[in-house]
Design a protein around this ligand. Structure first.
Ligand code: BTN
Length: 321
């Protein structure tokens, strides 16, 4: 544990009490001057830490930032988020995850307060202002490339569940969106680096419009989008939300790796806003209008065309019409 993290942990444990510089220096095995320097750098990072002569330090306020020490505090996971790379501003957390994948362990998470070249599906951009949750997970599953698309559904179920726990009617739209009242609040982008039959790594990128005013978004996006701030009528605790998503994702991901995709699908069907709807599917150069009738055991959308033919769609963009 870094000295900063350790100092924070101690200050948090003591809640509203003062902790002496002497005590911190003994606990960390560093001088009091070094303790003071770390405290100063934490203040620069937005922590409000009071210091009073002969009493010591007291933590008054934690900044509203997705700092690794905050996310990791009390994070109940075995491997997801044990390593977190944090950026105030970055091009794209998923692009960064790909750069870092070779030298970082399974479950490493990249988080940014703001992305300047956020990426969506199908080569689209993803507007990512401050206040949102923009994160990517590096995963190294021992599965074949043709199973990787299922991870989008695993992540979708995890996010939907955590949002439902906030009292929101979050629904999943096949294959990768989370909607509230038919408006998109979260997008998931699953990418992989693979050889013919071996996956080297997967990057699951999750973007949530959390504490965002809709008028901060470009007009076209604004029409089809909502934010948690809008839906809840107030701000969410982004740190708790990220923690919840990492924990829930790990639980479902572990079940999936253990061979249980069935239970993920069961949840997915419960949360689905796509099944039973008339949809338009655009896959490559082909566009079809049809009824979405179900999801099969591999996560493919089962659709019924107007002539009664039944088809399965593994990938593509789906529009509710
Ligand atoms: C979609 O098109 O719906 C997927 C959007 C995925 C956005 C997230 S934000 C974090 C991660 N980094 C990116 O550049 N994209 C994903």
């Amino acid at each position: 544990m870094q000295p900063r993290e350790k100092i924070l942990e101690i200050l948090k444990e003591k809640h509203d009490e003062f902790v002496s510089g002497e005590y911190l220096s003994q606990q960390l095995g560093i001088s009091r001057t070094m303790v003071w320097k770390h405290v100063e750098s934490m203040r620069e990072g937005g922590y409000i830490i009071e210091s009073v002569t002969r009493k010591g330090y007291r933590l008054r306020e934690i900044p509203d930032l997705l700092l690794p020490a905050e996310v990791k505090h009390d994070l109940k996971t075995e491997f997801i988020g044990k390593e977190i790379h944090y950026f105030n501003e970055i091009k794209s957390t998923s692009a960064k995850a790909k750069e870092l994948a070779a030298d970082n362990p399974d479950g490493t998470v990249i988080i940014a307060e703001r992305q300047i070249e956020g990426r969506g599906r199908m080569g689209k951009g993803w507007y990512s202002p401050p206040g949102g949750i923009w994160l990517s997970m590096i995963l190294k599953p021992k599965i074949s490339p043709d199973q990787v698309h299922k991870l989008t559904l695993v992540a979708g179920v995890a996010v939907a569940e955590v949002l439902r726990e906030l009292g929101l009617n979050a629904e999943v739209k096949w294959p990768n969106d989370i909607l509230i009242d038919e408006k998109k609040v979260c997008g998931i982008l699953t990418e992989m680096e693979a050889e013919l039959d071996v996956v080297n790594y997967v990057v699951v990128g999750i973007g949530i419009d959390a504490n965002i005013d809709l008028d901060m978004l470009p007009p076209i996006t604004m029409m089809q989008t909502t934010s948690l701030r809008e839906a809840l009528g107030g701000d969410v605790d982004r740190i708790a939300l990220v923690r919840g998503i990492l924990e829930r994702f790990e639980r479902h991901y572990t079940a999936f790796l253990g061979g249980d995709f069935h239970s993920i699908l069961k949840h997915w069907r419960n949360y689905s806003s796509t099944i039973g709807r008339r949809v338009k599917i655009v896959a490559g150069f082909r566009t079809i209008k049809c009824e979405a009738v179900g999801i099969d055991r591999d996560g493919a959308l089962i659709v019924e065309l107007d002539d009664g033919t039944v088809e399965k769609e593994i990938t593509g963009t789906c529009y509710h019409i």
